[in-house]
Design a protein around this ligand. Structure first.
Ligand code: AP5
Length: 220
């Protein structure tokens, strides 16, 4: 049986969202992306969004207590009962420990953590060229995965064409900050999950299709 509770770990731009969307379609599991949840709150102008925006726009992490609370709510929802794909969470040792405690309370277990490994120069090119659909959240790249229609419009759903947008944190300056934050705060999780014997890694410096096919094989 395929793995149903997993974390996609990796630097900004490693392809976590791209692979999570493919897995979601294939396995029917919800993609739980803290970045997407926070961006939706920013767009709606909720108190959470207003707090999160200042951290996100400068490439810093939103405080642990805030994102841990979001995940507690999200994993308690009925559609998460049969499994989930965590994308962008956990990102600090405190978040990883909180997740362990939460799963114990829910009587669930984490089955796999997959590190998507990509060299830094490639990450910068991916992030600065990324474009996303504000409606369906589909992810494109001006060079590696261009949208089918020109000028750049998404054509993935009935409400389209909607014009693709660039995330405010995908400028070169903010990307450099995010990569530093990843090295300092998130890379320690590699060791954390190695010690739990849950970590496997895939070479993410190949086409999304090739990465996906290896990921599917790993997950059974
Ligand atoms: P978040 O949205 O989680 O961003 P991230 O982790 O930095 O990851 P990205 O979404 O940038 O990249 P990705 O790995 O998903 O790559 P993608 O598939 O899009 O977080 C944003 C912010 O929110 C954080 O900075 C923080 O402020 C806050 N936040 C979120 N979670 C938090 C948490 N837990 N704690 C605290 N704060 C939190 O691909 C990137 C590009 O590359 C795309 O253009 C894509 O088309 C292209 N691409 C993908 N795969 C390939 C491939 N194999 N070959 C070529 N191109 C590819």
């Amino acid at each position: 049986m395929a793995t149903r509770r997993l974390i996609l770990l990796g630097a900004p731009g490693a392809g976590k969202g791209t692979q999570a969307q493919l897995l979601m379609q294939d396995l029917g599991l919800p993609q739980v992306s803290t970045g997407d949840i926070l961006r939706a709150a920013v767009k709606e102008g909720t108190p959470l969004g207003l707090e999160a925006q200042s951290y996100m726009n400068r490439g810093a992490l939103v405080p642990d207590a805030v994102v841990i609370g979001l995940i507690e709510d999200r994993l308690a929802r009925p559609d998460a009962g049969g499994g989930w794909i965590l994308d962008g969470f956990p990102r600090t040792p405190a978040q990883a420990e909180a997740l362990d405690g939460l799963l114990t309370n829910l009587d669930q277990s984490l089955e796999a953590v997959v590190l998507i490994d990509v060299p830094e120069a490639q990450l910068i090119e991916r992030l600065t060229g990324r474009r996303t659909c504000p409606l369906c959240k589909r992810i494109f790249h001006v060079r590696f995965n261009p949208p089918p229609a020109a000028p750049p419009f998404c054509t993935d759903h009935a409400d389209c064409p909607s014009e693709l947008v660039q995330r405010p944190d995908d400028t070169l300056e903010v990307v450099s900050k995010r990569l530093n934050v990843y090295r300092e705060s998130t890379e320690p999780l590699i060791r954390y999950y190695q010690q739990q014997q849950k970590l496997t890694s895939v070479d993410g410096d190949r086409s999304p299709e090739v990465v996906y096919s290896e990921l599917r094989e790993l997950l059974g």
